[in-house]
Structures are given as C-alpha cells and as structure tokens.
Design a protein around this ligand. Structure first.
Ligand code: AMP
Length: 115
C-alpha cells in the first residue's frame, strides 16, 4: 500500500527536499518537533522495521551515512542530535513507509516521555 512518502519520492506532492541519492530521499518534517527535524526514507517502500530483509541492508546502512551528512550540513553534528525509527502502534508510527527522524538544534530532553 502506497503512502504519502512514496508520493513525495515520486514528486507527486511537494516536500522540502534536502538530500537525494539512488537509495534514499531526505526532506523536512511537515510538523517539526525541533529546530532541525528531517526525515530520511529509503526509496524502496518498506512498511516497518518488522518488514526489513537482508536485501535492504545497503539502503538501511545509507540512512545512517546520510544522517551524519545532514547533521553536519545542518550544523548540529557537534552539539548532537537524535535519530528515531518508530515501529507500529506502540512505537507511534504514523506513516507506514520506514523512515528515520533526525532531530536536533536544541537540548532534546529525556529519551522517552515519562508516562
Ligand atoms: P512517524 O510517527 O514516525 O510515522 O512519523 C511520521 C512523520 O511524518 C511525522 O513526524 C509527520 O509530521 C511527518 N509527515 C507526515 N506527512 C508529511 C509530509 N507530507 N511531509 C513531511 N513530513 C510529513
């Protein structure tokens, strides 16, 4: 089932794209939760972390390579940032096309809400 991220990859709907290569696309989150909030998505649609396979290894590795590059480009590498991949309901996943959040530009506080 196609998601809104597939439409962004296909340029069917607009997004503020900050990086693209053969395997991944990165764009600014539409509802940023920090001064820098960027999503990196593999171009191949993988619904959740539960659906990854060995064939996805290169694309998933690329997510980290690109996260480090974007952190550097956005000027948050030295102060630090957080990478998040949510999975299914308890993880708070809303878009079922696997993606990595890059959050930074302020002190992010505790890793999880205390409730
Ligand atoms: P998750 O809860 O991990 O599935 O995160 C989905 C993220 O996608 C949320 O942070 C949304 O704000 C973001 N999002 C949803 N639609 C768009 C869109 N059209 N462009 C950019 N970000 C989006």
């Amino acid at each position: 089932m196609s998601t809104i991220f597939s439409k962004i990859i296909a340029r069917e709907i607009p997004a503020d794209i900050v990086y693209e290569d053969d395997l991944v696309l990165a764009f600014r989150d539409i509802a940023p939760q920090a001064p820098v909030h960027i999503l990196i998505v593999p171009k191949q649609e993988i619904a959740t972390v539960n659906d990854v396979s060995a064939a996805d290894e290169e694309a998933l590795g690329r997510l980290f390579i690109v996260a480090a590059k974007i952190a550097s480009d956005e000027g948050i590498a030295e102060n630090g940032y957080r990478l998040i991949v949510n999975c299914n309901a308890d993880g708070g996943q809303e878009v079922f096309h696997l993606h990595m959040h890059i959050l930074g530009g302020r002190r992010l506080g505790p890793m999880l809400a205390k409730h």
